[in-house]
Design a protein around this ligand. Structure first.
Ligand SMILES: Nc1nc2c(ncn2[C@@H]2O[C@H](COP(=O)(O)OP(=O)(O)OP(=O)(O)O)[C@@H](O)[C@H]2O)c(=O)[nH]1
Ligand SMILES: [Mg+2]
Length: 181
């Protein structure tokens, strides 16, 4: 798929210089194309970020012997094209490496009765605490916000508004309650 890396390798028994061609035209190295020889016997052509124009027949000629393969670059699906540049970069990185870190955290508020667990949760979500009543048993609330792991900003969406709260969160104790992430 366009945007991903493509790599050709050709291993030979003896060390000879090789020349790469695409559709019969010599390929030279550039900022996007690396031509390399590993251990003097493995010839490697790497296209770091492919586009549809990189589709074609790639060959390496070594001492009048050639070997090649076809490269068929598929168009990026619309769903990926429509992603923000940031999300698309993460997607392409994940597609290249096979994995991507997924930052998510579940918060459990545990504490004795009336120590302020519900109030703390409301405050974390930037909500009011006027109407709070004692929680009967365990209350499972599914509330979500995004956390910028670089700046520690918590980003909330409230209707059409987006607002951020900045604080660092690790593990902290109050007199009677444990706030555990
Ligand atoms: N002074 C003070 N009062 C607080 C604080 N946080 C909560 N409260 C009050 O303590 C009372 C209990 O708060 P909750 O948030 O309902 O506590 P809770 O731990 O969820 O209580 P349960 O659900 O009954 O276990 C309420 O009257 C709050 O207004 C705080 O930081 N300081
Ligand atoms: Mg409560």
């Amino acid at each position: 798929m366009e945007g991903l890396e493509a790599c050709f390798e050709c291993e030979v028994e003896q060390s000879y210089p090789g020349v790469w061609y695409k559709n019969g035209k010599r390929v030279n190295s550039s900022s996007n194309i690396e031509i390399d020889t590993l251990n003097e016997k493995v010839h490697k052509l790497t296209i770091f970020q492919t586009t549809l124009e990189h589709t074609g027949k790639y060959e390496i000629k070594i001492k009048n012997i050639s070997s090649g393969a076809d490269l068929d670059i598929k168009e990026m699906p619309d769903a990926i094209k429509q992603m923000s540049e940031h999300d698309r970069r993460i997607f392409l990185k994940a597609a290249k490496n096979g994995t991507a870190p997924r930052y998510s955290v579940r918060i459990m508020l545990v504490g004795k009765q009336s120590v302020g667990k519900t109030s703390l949760l409301r405050r974390l979500m930037n909500e009011g605490i006027e109407d709070i009543e004692s929680t009967n048993g365990i209350n499972i609330e599914v509330k979500k916000c995004k956390i910028n792991v670089h700046t520690n900003e918590w980003i909330f969406n409230k209707g059409k508004y987006e607002f951020t709260i900045k604080f660092s969160l690790s593990l902290f104790y109050s007199e009677n309650s444990l706030f555990n992430i």
